[in-house]
Design a protein around this ligand. Structure first.
Ligand code: ADP
Length: 403
């Protein structure tokens, strides 16, 4: 009896230390990692995960998990109905079970995808300000069964975690928003100057047309900026799900070439595909890879020289599928290369040559990292640039997504 009491006290003491630790970080990923590690420690569990709840899509998505890698995790969603996590969200109650396979609510798809076998499970809702933000689950207790003491400790940790998650999210959003607002200032200032000029009686018809064209272009750019920014915000918050399928990379490359052909003709740029027709299938999110290739092609055309060319090639090595987009354009100065994938970064010398947002490459890089792949660049000023996109040939799993 005395021993149980001491254990309980130790558990709560540990929780106080953890609370202090959680309050000290505002980085969401880091925070969730710490919460999960603490959960495994206090309940003596083998594995665990934190799922966040998307109330619009009415599903949960894995944000951290100790029993699967990142790309697998990002391809997995858990429905609200027909899953233990969903039941926890809907009922705002704990689930403690010795064998999940005896539980009708268990969502088997995750186990099939990850290959990790779950027996015992303890899950608690993460609730803050009356709102369920997600679920904290620990799996397979090392010795014996999860106890009511484990349940109480995890509930307290869950309550602390929910507040910390909300804070980190708000902070992350305010950080991104301030960058976005900063980026809005310049175009807004130029729009305001343009409208002021339009109102002046002394300007000529020709000047008027020029100003209206500028306003039109700047509005289009603001539009792209807004949607790219949303894309990036979703990617940065880890809320993007990759719906992987198997597909032919050359078909996708020709599809992208067709989309960009008009733009290339307009700028007198030759577009050419040189890939070998017999390449193995790629396993990835086709729409997202298309977005990356289109972005690279659009840049290769935009930052090219008149009568220049763009060559797209795909190749396979033992481990990877490699796609390159090579242009004969203006190139990128060496000192700019380390910053190229930062958000809103644009090469100074290019600012007046083509319009852009400086977001395309950071979005592309995040998408490639989400696939366990890579995006690299080589460039020489006055000669041209090559972007190389690498995808692993044998990704671990192809998630079964139930919709
Ligand atoms: P955007 O093109 O909208 O400005 P990106 O993130 O796609 O944004 O690219 C960031 C910057 O990288 C561009 O502004 C440009 O200066 C440089 N860049 C990208 N691709 C190329 C390329 N193929 N050749 C030369 N410079 C490039």
């Amino acid at each position: 009896m005395a021993e149980i009491k001491t254990q309980r006290l130790d558990g709560y003491r540990r929780l106080i230390d953890i609370a202090r630790d959680l309050a000290s970080t505002l980085d969401l990923d880091e925070l969730l990692d710490r919460i999960l590690m603490a959960a495994l420690e206090i309940t003596d569990a083998e594995a665990g995960s934190i799922l966040l709840y998307d109330s619009v899509a009415r599903q949960l998505y894995f944000q951290v998990a100790t029993n699967m890698d990142q790309p697998t995790m990002h391809g997995l969603t858990v429905p609200l109905e027909g899953s233990i996590a969903g039941w926890i969200v809907t009922n705002r109650q704990t689930v403690r079970t010795e064998n999940v396979h005896d539980d009708k609510r268990f969502f088997v798809d995750v186990e099939e995808t990850t290959g990790y076998e779950t027996k015992s499970l303890l899950g608690v809702p993460l609730i803050t300000k009356e709102k369920v933000v997600g679920v904290l689950e620990v799996l397979n207790k090392h010795n014996g069964k999860f106890s009511s003491q484990d349940e109480n400790l995890l509930l307290v940790l869950g309550a602390q975690a929910a507040v910390a998650i909300e804070n980190a999210r708000l902070f992350q959003q305010s950080d991104l928003i301030s960058e976005f607002v900063h980026e809005l200032r310049t175009p807004l200032a130029s729009l305001s100057t343009a409208t002021y000029l339009l109102l002046r009686p002394e300007i000529s018809q020709e000047q008027r047309v020029q100003i209206i064209t500028n306003i039109h272009n700047e509005t289009l750019r603001l539009n792209t900026l807004a949607s790219s920014f949303l894309d990036l915000a979703r990617l940065e918050s880890g809320r993007v799900q990759y719906h992987k399928t198997r597909f032919n990379i050359n078909d996708l490359i020709y599809e992208c070439k067709d989309v960009m052909q008009g733009k290339a003709d307009e700028m007198h740029i030759l577009l050419k595909v040189t890939s070998d027709e017999t390449l193995p299938l790629v396993e990835a999110d086709r729409d997202k890879i298309k977005q990356v290739i289109l972005n690279l092609l659009s840049n290769a055309i935009k930052y090219n020289c008149p009568n220049g060319s763009v060559v797209i090639n795909a190749d396979a090595t033992n481990a990877e599928i490699v796609v390159s987009v090579q242009d004969t354009g203006m190139g990128i100065p060496e000192e700019s290369l380390p910053h190229l994938f930062e958000k809103f970064y644009r090469v100074n010398e290019h600012e007046n040559r083509a319009s852009g947002t400086g977001l395309g490459l950071s979005i592309s890089k995040q998408i490639m990292q989400g696939h366990n792949g890579a995006l690299e660049v080589r460039s020489k000023v006055g000669v041209g640039t090559v972007f190389t996109l690498r995808l692993p040939r044998y990704p671990k799993t192809i998630p079964q997504i139930r919709r």
